[in-house]
Design a protein around this ligand. Structure first.
Ligand code: NAP
Length: 286
């Protein structure tokens, strides 16, 4: 048996088609969606991700304001840049690319206006997500749920195991699966005997940043496996799953590249269009 790949690129393409129509409608009423991308420093991987996001904007006719800031910018200076973008009426949405240099605390993200926070990482947006009243859902977790739903698998009553508990991937992913009435287990670096948990997962999500860490012996027969990890190794991108060995056990598996990555970008575009729609409605009073 070989697992079927879950094609994130194909699903993202479908989403772009729908978003293209929504952008067209906004343009017809005089609203030009606009995303400000803020990149601090010159990390090649971060530069690559920002470029991918800007290319998607171009495809959808979303305007981009590109801010490339020096890696030694201070916390206060970065907050000033964000506050200026908050006050700029032309800008609907703000993306600060992570990770930030070590001297900058990620609490700078708290200074992004919650109405423009398309990464969904402002405490207000994370709090709303926790309460089930979400507006902007973090892009990677949102993309993961869409990918799993696209397979037609019923999430309700399944056991979902999430490896990794970061604020950007692991925790919001667990919350979203809980909202779909799955039973959720979260594992992390201090979890002893990981395989005890992973082999019980009907749906296994791996977001730890350790290349090829999860092999076939850690996976339940016929499981759905979502590989979030991306690490550059030997000139190519690899995931946290050992694709060859897990493919022999799992039923469905996301490839790296071409699985979660394209969906993260598509969900950022969806959140950007949503921000423009919400701001237009607020202005219009309708
Ligand atoms: P992160 O902030 O470094 O968090 C990693 C998590 O994995 C932590 O919770 C850590 O546990 C846990 N962990 C580390 N080693 C482990 C081990 N041996 N066993 C069990 N758990 C372990 O990383 P992240 O931002 O969540 O990203 C994770 C991966 O996803 C990275 O490769 C990143 O590049 C990738 N990513 C991909 C996308 C995409 O669009 N495809 C988007 C975002 C991130 P502790 O909390 O105990 O330290």
């Amino acid at each position: 048996m070989t697992a079927q790949p879950i094609d994130g690129t194909a699903l993202a393409t479908k989403i772009y088609k729908k978003l293209g129509d929504e952008v067209k409608t906004l343009l017809q009423v005089g609203v030009q969606p606009c995303l400000a991308t803020v990149l601090v420093g010159d990390d090649p991987a971060s530069r690559h991700y920002v470029h991918k996001k800007q290319e998607a904007c171009k495809l959808l006719r979303i305007e981009v304001l590109d801010f490339q800031l020096n890696s030694n910018i201070s916390q206060d200076e970065l907050v000033s840049v964000i506050e200026e973008l908050n006050g700029n009426e032309k800008v609907n949405s703000i993306l600060v690319q992570l990770p930030l240099p070590n001297h900058i605390d990620e609490t700078v993200l708290h200074s992004i206006s919650p109405d423009k926070d398309v990464d969904g990482l402002h405490p207000l947006n994370l709090g709303l997500l926790l309460q089930g009243k979400e507006r902007f859902v973090p892009c990677t977790p949102k993309g993961i749920i869409r990918l799993v739903k696209s397979t037609g698998i019923l999430i309700e009553s399944k056991h979902v195991v999430v490896l990794g508990r970061s604020n950007i991937v692991g925790k919001p992913t667990a919350i979203l699966f809980l909202r779909e009435n799955a039973t959720v287990t979260i594992c992390h670096s201090k979890t002893p005997n990981l395989a005890l948990f992973t082999t019980q997962a009907d749906i296994l999500v791996v977001a730890i940043g350790k290349p090829r860490f999860v092999g076939g012996s850690m996976v339940k027969e016929r499981a759905v496996v979502v590989d979030v990890g991306i690490t550059k190794s030997g000139g190519k991108f690899v995931g946290d799953i050992n694709f060859e060995s897990v493919s022999k056990v799992a039923r469905l598996i996301t490839p790296v590249p071409g699985g979660v990555g394209p969906m993260t970008v598509a969900m950022l575009m969806e959140n950007t269009v949503l921000a423009a729609q919400m701001q237009f409605k607020n202005k219009d009073g309708s």
